[in-house]
Ligand binder design. Structure first.
Ligand code: NAD
Length: 287
């Protein structure tokens, strides 16, 4: 990589950031597309969020990715945010267009982008989503914004329950054409019925990831049928128990790694307009 007097800087802000693969991923792409850009990770805690956003303006960074714990904290310091960022109250990408900072939430776009790469769209579909935390809200918001017909979101009655009910109300207002139902995950009969009526089942929670890698929220595998698509947001392991069992029953399956890579692809599109070579990046970073 050649750094020159005109190299445009980009970065990741959040804490911790030392483990992030983002610098390798974006710098690989800048080199491949001969962009005069460089990407670094900056450890920024909540006390310094205002100063960090000011630095994006002062130093004229092209943009930044935002990770925990700053996804909400950056919002008051931006000039505008997209509808998905507004519904989820979360920003993971900032674009600097001549001093105007726009906040995007590309998490859900990564989810639908991964399905689209496999020829599946969410428009007019009924979707059952398991989980009501951060990733679930990004997935549900994006599906509603892309024209899903109905969302049935299940969560256990834990600390996420009331937050999920409030989030469902926000989606109903932002995308009135999409029907949004919230159900208790313990209600197995309703879960079976909703999956039977759905085109797509999404696992959007921690079950399937260590230490729960031998678990799946779908105990009754008779719900899997050949015309049901099953997606998981968990990316480690690459294939969860849920996906293994769904695939064995003939379902089309999508893993969380594709979603993660497509979020990066979305951010690269916003940064430079380049199309990330997703398969190449997957080989480079994860194999
Ligand atoms: P979160 O803490 O915001 O939400 C956790 C959710 O899991 C809640 O709905 C909670 O009720 C549910 N849950 C937890 N344990 C459960 C259990 N034993 N049974 C039933 N439900 C349970 O977490 P998050 O940020 O939404 O992350 C969820 C998962 O998404 C993580 O596994 C993470 O690895 C994955 N993730 C994927 C991507 C991607 O791009 N693919 C990005 C970020 C996170």
């Amino acid at each position: 990589m050649n750094i020159s007097g005109s190299t445009r800087m980009l970065g990741l802000i959040g804490s911790p950031v030392g483990h992030s693969k983002s610098p390798e991923m974006y710098n690989y792409c800048f080199k491949k597309f001969e962009r005069d850009c460089a990407y670094l990770a900056f450890d920024v805690t909540e006390e310094n969020v205002e100063a960090a956003i000011k630095a994006i303006r002062t130093l004229n960074l092209r943009g930044a990715n935002v990770t925990m714990p700053l996804k909400k904290a950056v919002i008051p310091y931006l000039d505008r945010i997209t509808p998905a960022a507004e519904i989820t109250n979360s920003v993971n990408t900032i674009i600097n267009e001549n001093g105007v900072l726009t906040g995007y939430c590309t998490d859900g776009m990564g989810f639908t982008g991964n399905l689209r790469a496999g020829g599946i769209t969410v428009k007019d579909k009924k979707i059952t989503i398991l989980g009501g935390g951060g990733v679930s809200s990004a997935v549900s918001a994006q599906c509603a914004l892309e024209g899903a017909k109905e969302l049935s979101i299940f969560n256990r009655k834990d600390k996420f329950w009331s937050r999920l009910e409030a989030h469902a109300e926000v989606i109903r207002k932002a995308a009135p054409a999409c029907k949004v139902n919230v159900y208790d995950l313990d209600d197995e009969e309703i879960l079976k019925k909703e999956i039977a009526e759905s085109h797509l089942l999404v696992n959007a929670n921690c079950v399937g990831m260590a230490p729960l890698e031998n678990e799946s929220l779908i105990k009754d595998t008779s719900v899997f049928r050949e015309d049901l698509t099953v997606a998981d947001v968990v990316y480690s392991p690459a294939e969860t128990k849920l996906l293994r069992e769904a695939k064995a029953c003939g379902c089309r399956t999508f893993g969380g790694l594709g979603m993660l890579l497509q979020q990066g692809a979305e951010a690269l599109r916003l940064y430079t307009g380049d199309e990330m070579p997703v398969k190449e990046i997957e080989e480079y970073l994860y194999k």
